[in-house]
Design a protein around this ligand. Structure first.
Ligand SMILES: Cc1ncc(COP(=O)(O)O)c(C=O)c1O
Length: 402
């Protein structure tokens, strides 16, 4: 492997994000390929037994096994770290692998975690079910209110875990305030930044310690592969996360890493256009449905906060209907262009009913408390012409008498 001249860390750090998204982390082979090479290999051969021993002892650089290292995956890790402004990054097989590893690698029985109550269903399963099963206490709070984090702190609190904007209520967390509270008390913040991505929001600039991703969403951006990533300091990634990750094995496949590398090249373009489209679609819906939860709209109570920490509001938002599940399902069934799908971050517009899909695993009572009501629908606005999306929504709303 030959690293192209000018690709060393010091030089790449001076590149602007658009350049990093296309060039960051590139490591060319001796063939000089322009597009990153896809290394589909599980193992690596050594020139002699002594080399194998030296690599395992950490005395010789080089790859040993693709659960531990792979050149294509390493390119992606470097590119994400550069975009995030993080010292290091470790890619994972999915977003949930990233969240699980980021938490379990640093928590142990007897510790306490404070989590945001509005969160993706599986993230809530981690805080409500998995962690307590291993003796890790958890408290969920309304993460829109930084004081609730302060009030929940115990002597054994080790981690704050939240997403902003949150799936699907779009609650926004004040990153500077909450990360500041954690810093002052030696608590580690783990921020799920899947909705915004580093193109729109870099939580470390506001004091976050660890930023975790579902790269399945906007980073891939075309609904093709599952992937995840955890960013942090070199100390956190190498000494705390890596032993957990290497030995438990939630490793990203080289093929999926390659697809996400390609996705990152267009992330900035896609997310900004999709954000603009989302504002147009949400503005239309604002006049037609009882409630639109989108921090991109000036009417949203957290619009000003969102715009201080995000460069644009992103492509995802939710709406609420008064007619409960029947009306929400009716609207979905009347759609002609927008797909009924629980994925997000795709260049296609997708819509889902969280209470019966992404959040069906959360107890009904908890769903109600976190604001995922039966009349809620979540929309991922894609790259289609917003006028076509508005026309589709218009006819679907009429079909359910709205
Ligand atoms: C905010 C958030 N975090 C994590 C995940 C999990 O990601 P994955 O499906 O890649 O495991 C999702 C998936 O929808 C999500 O929306």
């Amino acid at each position: 492997m030959k690293r192209r001249t000018g690709q060393d860390r010091n030089v790449t750090k001076n590149w602007k994000p658009a350049t990093l998204a296309v060039r960051g982390g590139t490591a060319r082979s001796e063939f000089g390929e322009t597009s990153e090479a896809l290394f589909l290999t599980s193992g690596y051969a050594y020139d002699c037994a002594g080399d194998a021993a030296a690599r395992f002892a950490g005395e010789q650089s080089g790859m040993t096994y693709s659960r531990l290292q792979n050149p294509t995956v390493e390119m992606l890790e470097q590119r994400i770290a550069l975009l995030e402004g993080a010292e290091a990054c470790r890619a994972t097989a999915s977003g949930m692998a990233a969240m699980t590893a980021a938490l379990l690698c640093q928590l142990q029985s007897g510790d306490h975690l404070v989590g945001g109550r509005a969160a993706f269903g599986s993230c809530r399963w981690l805080t409500d079910t998995l962690l307590p099963k291993f003796g890790i206490e958890t408290t969920v709070v309304d993460a829109r209110d930084p004081q609730q984090f302060v009030d929940a702190i115990r002597p054994n609190t080790k981690v704050f875990f939240f997403e902003t904007p949150a799936n699907p209520t779009m609650d926004v967390v004040d990153l500077k305030a909450v990360c500041g509270i954690a810093r002052d008390r030696g608590i580690t913040t783990v921020v799920d930044n899947a909705f915004a991505t580093p193109a729109l929001q870099r939580p470390m600039e506001f004091g976050a310690d660890v930023v975790a991703y579902s790269a399945t969403k906007m980073m891939d951006g075309q609904g093709r592969v599952l992937a995840g990533a955890v960013c942090g300091t070199e100390d956190f990634i190498n000494n705390i996360l890596l032993p957990f990750h290497r030995n438990t094995g939630p490793t990203l496949s080289a093929f999926n890493a390659w697809v996400v590398l390609k996705g990152l090249e267009t992330l900035d373009l896609r997310i900004r256009r999709q954000s603009e489209n989302a504002v147009k679609v949400a503005t239309f819906l604002e006049g037609r449905v009882p409630r639109v939860n989108f921090p991109g709209l000036p009417s949203h109570p957290q619009h000003d906060l969102a715009m201080t920490q995000m460069e644009a509001a992103g492509p995802i938002f939710s709406i609420e209907l008064d007619g409960g599940r029947a009306q929400a399902h009716g609207l979905l069934d009347a759609l002609g262009l927008i797909d009924i799908s629980n994925n997000i971050g795709d260049s296609r517009s997708l819509m889902t009913h969280p209470a019966s899909t992404t959040h069906s695993g959360v107890a009904a009572e908890q769903r109600e408390i976190m604001g995922v009501r039966e009349g809620m629908l979540r929309l991922n606005v894609g790259l289609e012409d917003p006028e076509d999306l508005i026309a589709d929504l218009d006819q679907a709303l009429k079909a359910v008498s709205l």
